[in-house]
Design a protein around this ligand. Structure first.
Ligand code: HEM
Length: 518
């Protein structure tokens, strides 16, 4: 504490009235010099480069765990220190909102769970989290398997015809099919065909990503926003998605009305186990606009993230044949040609470590966005309300002070018999699903989805970068994309028998709660 604050607290104890103390305290604090957050200078042009989190890494190595980045009148605080990240996300999370993120995503997610703040967020989070209960996630494992099997069939054809495949877009379609069915019981069927609704979803997604990296908000310019062909297309896409969602909500409401609902915390309709069905059956008393916003949020949150995880996992595996063989050995031993079940999630330990490590090297999203809504102190630096902050998960996950060979893909760094790494047991040096009250609600769902997809694919195929494929580089949207796709040559593994059979899923005897990620 400074001399000034010691003097004020001493006088308080002596009983000096607050009418005298307050002006005195103000006078003293105006003359006090607080430590100032280091300011990164001359880096503005670098930040405009493709994947903006890369120059932020260089700046982190120079300026440390918190620094300020200024663009003209705007400035951002970049956080790469685990203790400060923990303070913002967990210990003092009430002092932060989603800030710019909420502004950018408003057009598509409205007040859905990701952008929502305050009371809306509190109420919706309490309603939505129970919908992703263990029995629901266990039931989804069968769906993950069926969808991955459809992707396998596609790859079978490509392997047979000797055609290379662009895996990033296939993963995006796989996870879109899965999330549509699991969140609102809709079959996009995007792995098999293109249709208007699939195109509309991609139009809206691309727009959200472009807005999140665009320096000028052209979509806010009056008149332009109504006549620009691009904005017109976005508005039409949004309209189509909204009508589709409204129809799905209406269909589901009718199903619930006709059902003799015995609602309990593990409620699930066997014919329609979707999150939407759970919410309606729970008597969730919500406006249809809010319900639509939440469904849309989950569609987006659960789609591109998992697709990106699969893309970067297969990229990393293609670079490390020894890790791929070890992974294939585990899958051969545990699964053979069965579809994975809930019981297998615990047994596929190395597969899980491969995904943990892929999430460390390529966190999705690479930065978390917040705005201070109260004054606060970060480390030794006081900050005012209204500061925009980026917590760089990329920097935390690759910090040379926290990781040995930080840039190396090394699943062995996590012992197989050790706990599953998460933000709590890694003290916020590793936060693939965020942390604190706004942690991802789909962490277990997404982890199992990735385990099922990876295990089934590597069991059936070998994957190599296609001959002559452009080098894989990164570009940023909300998640990390490749600049020119992940072009791979897929070959059938010479491992008979090859056709999988549906594993028996005994929903009545689910193993004790031991989720991969907690
Ligand atoms: C929030 C990552 C899959 C739904 C988050 C956050 C992260 C994250 C880092 C915290 C954001 C922040 O603090 O600003 C991921 C990754 C996924 C994934 C890496 C895939 C591997 C899913 C899935 C769903 C989902 C499948 C839905 C079924 C959400 C929602 C939130 C969220 C609703 C907002 C929670 C809140 O603010 O209360 N996710 N997620 N995510 N995620 Fe995920």
């Amino acid at each position: 504490p400074s001399l000034g604050s010691l003097l004020v607290s001493g006088l308080t104890r002596l009983g000096v009235p607050s009418g005298i103390l307050e002006p005195l305290s103000k006078l003293i604090s105006s003359g006090e010099s607080y430590p100032k957050i280091p300011e990164a200078k001359g880096a503005i042009s670098a930040i405009r480069s493709e994947a903006f989190f890369i120059p932020l890494y260089e700046l982190f190595l120079t300026y440390g765990g918190i620094f300020r980045l200024t663009f003209g009148p705007k400035s951002f605080l970049i956080v790469s220190d685990p203790n400060i990240a923990k303070h913002i996300l967990k210990d003092n999370s009430k002092a932060y909102s989603k800030g710019i993120l909420a502004e950018i995503l408003e057009f598509v997610m409205g007040t859905g769970l990701i952008p929502a703040d305050g009371e809306v967020w509190r109420v919706r989070r309490r309603v939505i989290v129970p919908a992703l209960h263990l029995k629901y996630v266990a039931a989804m494992i069968g769906l993950f398997g069926e969808a991955t099997d459809r992707l396998c069939k596609k790859l079978d054809d490509a392997a047979y015809n000797g055609e290379d495949v662009e895996m990033e877009s296939l993963f995006s379609r796989l996870t879109l099919d899965i999330i549509g069915k699991s969140v609102f019981n809709y079959d996009f069927d995007s792995l098999t065909k293109d249709n208007g609704i699939v195109e509309a979803v991609y139009t809206v997604l691309r727009e959200a990503e472009d807005r999140s990296v665009s320096p000028i908000p052209t979509w806010e310019i009056p008149i332009w926003k109504d006549i620009s062909p691009r904005q017109k297309k976005v508005n039409e896409a949004l309209k189509l998605i909204n009508t589709t969602l409204d129809d799905l909500i209406a269909i589901c409401k009718r199903m619930v009305d006709e059902e003799d609902v015995q609602f309990n915390e593990e409620y699930m309709n066997e014919n329609d186990p979707s999150i939407l069905h759970f919410l309606l059956a729970s008597g969730d008393n919500v406006s249809s606009k809010q319900l639509r916003d939440d469904l849309m949020t989950m569609l987006i949150a659960g789609h591109e993230t998992t697709a990106a995880v699969l893309t970067w996992t297969f990229y990393l595996l293609s670079e490390e044949p020894d890790i791929m063989s070890k992974l294939q050995n585990e899958v051969d031993a545990v699964l053979g040609d069965r579809f994975p079940t809930m019981e297998d999630m615990k047994k596929l330990k190395y597969t899980t470590r491969v995904i943990n490590e892929s999430l460390r090297l390529y966190p999705q999203p690479p930065v978390l966005i917040r705005r201070s809504i109260e004054d606060d102190v970060l480390d030794k630096y006081p900050i005012k309300r209204g500061e925009d902050l980026f917590i760089s998960v990329w920097n935390l996950h690759r910090s040379p002070t926290h990781w040995v060979d930080a840039d190396k893909f090394n699943p062995e760094r996590w012992p197989l018999d050790g706990p599953n790494p998460n933000e709590t047991n890694q003290n916020f040096s590793y936060l693939p699903f965020g942390g604190g009250p706004r942690k991802c609600v789909g962490d277990m769902f997404a982890s199992f989805e990735a385990i099922v997809a990876v295990s089934m694919l590597v069991r059936r195929f070998n994957f190599q970068m296609a001959l002559g494929a452009p080098p894989v580089k990164m570009t940023t949207g909300a998640t990390i994309h490749t600049t020119e796709g992940l072009n791979m040559t897929v070959t059938r593994r010479m491992k008979p028998p090859i056709v999988p059979t549906l594993g028996t899923q005994n929903l009545g005897s689910i193993p004790e709660a031991d989720p991969v990620v907690t």
